[in-house]
Design a protein around this ligand. Sequence first.
Ligand code: HDE
Length: 689
Amino acid sequence: MKKNEREIKGGETHQSADKQHGVLTTNQGMHISDNQNSLKSGQRGPVLLEDFVLREKIFHFDHERIPERIVHARGSAAHGYFELYESLSAITKADIFQRAGEKTPLFTRFSTVAGGAGSVDTPRDVRGFAVKFYTKEGNWDLVGNNIPVFFIQDAIKFPDLVHAVKMEADRAYPQAASAHDTFWDFVSLMPETSHMIMWAMSDRAIPRSLRMIEGFAVHTFRLVNAEGQSTFVKFHWKPKLGLQSTVWDEALKLQAADNDYHRRDLHEAIERGDFPEWELGLQLFDQKLADALPYDVLDATKLIPEELVPIKIVGRMVLDRNPDNFFAETEQVAYCPANIVPGIDFTNDPLLQGRLFSYLDTQKSRLGTANFHQIPVNAPKCPVMNLQRDGMMQTAVIKGRANYEPNSLDLAGEEAGPRECPVTGFSSFRGRPEMQEQGDKLRVRPESFADHYSQARLFFNSQTASEQAHIASAIVFELSKVNLQHVPEKIVANFRNISEDLAARIANGLGIAMPAKAPAAKQPQDLEISPALSIQKNWKETLQGRCIGVLVSDGSDAAAIDKLRTAIAKKGAITRLVAPKLNGITLSDGTTITANGQLAGTPSQLFDAVAVILSADATAMLVKEAAAVQWVMDAFGHLKAIGYNKEAQPLLDKAGIVKDEGVTDLGKQFIAAAAKRYWEREPSLRTLA
Ligand code: HDE
């Protein structure tokens, strides 16, 4: 028996406290003598109600869940910092933007939108991208998405949108999927969703990694300088690793291969010191430019192309620490777009205005108390001083009688209370007289919000042919899951306003007749194409942050494996060995190794590119192994590079792989090939719409 083990009745041993472990206690601090057995009357008798140790433990357990977020329930997060490159004092007085080189701590949570907390990481969905900056002037939350526009223009439609996309009210399915009746019914009746639908059906909605997505605050905000002058701003996050997505068949198979694909990827990257990084970019513009645009900058269904207003890079965010406890931090973090600091301000975007109410309200229901700001992950890292007291779970013990202001009790001494400060305090941007909005009380959509199709067309036309085919095919896929017969027709009728070509491809893909074009509230126009909107046009040919799978078995060439691993590591990627048996693999030189994954549970979806290093004997065995054939077949189908030694050729032949630029021998050529995807391969493999 080990030193801290003791024998208890029934022949089992259990650990007791020793110098290292300390004594287990109840939540009241009382030492616990036995954490294995409840208190019974006799050895086999009934459990006693008196057992307060058991009751306390079960009581706590029974309440260990809080209501999940109504949207963005599934998420993962990390701590990090923001580092400013240059002072922005000319355009904003926000303290975080004053001193070049200064670092501000932050906590960033990524999420999917539609699925529940227990759903998968890789559905077709928007990704949330929420950053809480703990600035010296209070918390600033930049609560964005990986798509720069939104489905709707007015917050009053948000509950309808979310009800429509989430699982259907009577049957509670589908989970985490927009491919169903109610979502597309809503879309068909709300043309303002058109632009965001193009994004949601594009490869942006099936990202390869959270480390490879862009982030956008969506709405137009204001920056305000010390003189009270305002500049409009759109906030962007640009991933250092570049944008990368999966292909749809791969995303579907990833759901089976690893439910936690994205959260594992983020966690492991941070664990191994490969810290994800984004640059913060600002699109800055004034009222004159806003007035000259053919759309309204207060309309959240519109973006401003980078080519028109370039993005000024002002700093970087590095995520360098995983949360210590998922619940305490990632689950309890409470973001709110209303959390801003002096020098940053809102605009009248009606979607943003609704959000300013919603987030504070939802935290009371999730976290149960108005004191949720005291939870460590939510607490500002600067002093918080006010006259608010009490409330459920108040953890601060605030001294003194004065809990009102003004008062004459706390004028001096240690207990002197806080007072307002017109100099450092937040004051809203007042607007110059010509910009002040006044008028009748109206429930209307402004005329300037009426064009629902021009930017949807802009997005579609800015994509490569392959990306356009992915969008068309995604819409066909989704609509083929819709049982309401009139809905696909209505969608095609609406989308004729975006692109006749797209509409025809959807109708053809669904096998329906082309319906008459739906009338548009405002005739769309052709806008200048924006190459920045395409992933493929901006593909970063790099292995940095990527993962290469290598299929090995008994007899595999040890030197070839070693050489490949070194070359991959040099380029900043990691290698994972996959083998039919996890342990005891004897290589050509007699060494025995353990693989990182067993073949049946480690499909090639998990990798950015694959290599096959097999002996002739192992190949002869694996051509009869469905998982091995599927491994290379899927890598080929998902347009990845495949490197192989000549003994492995029969496996590729069995999988029907035809040699192209991405199918290479091992060596330098493979290292270069692995940084790409082979879009031109796709038409020979599947029929796209
Ligand atoms: Fe949210 N949204 N949202 N949203 N949102 C929430 O707040 C809401 C919108 C976004 O990781 C909720 O704490 C309304 C746009 C993210 O914890 C809730 C409207 C954008 C997250 C809420 C919108 C977002 C949320 C649910 C329309 C991109 C996750 C739980 C007016 C700019 C934050 C919560 C996290 C979460 C309301 C639209 C981003 C209910 C009413 C547009 C990233 O308050």
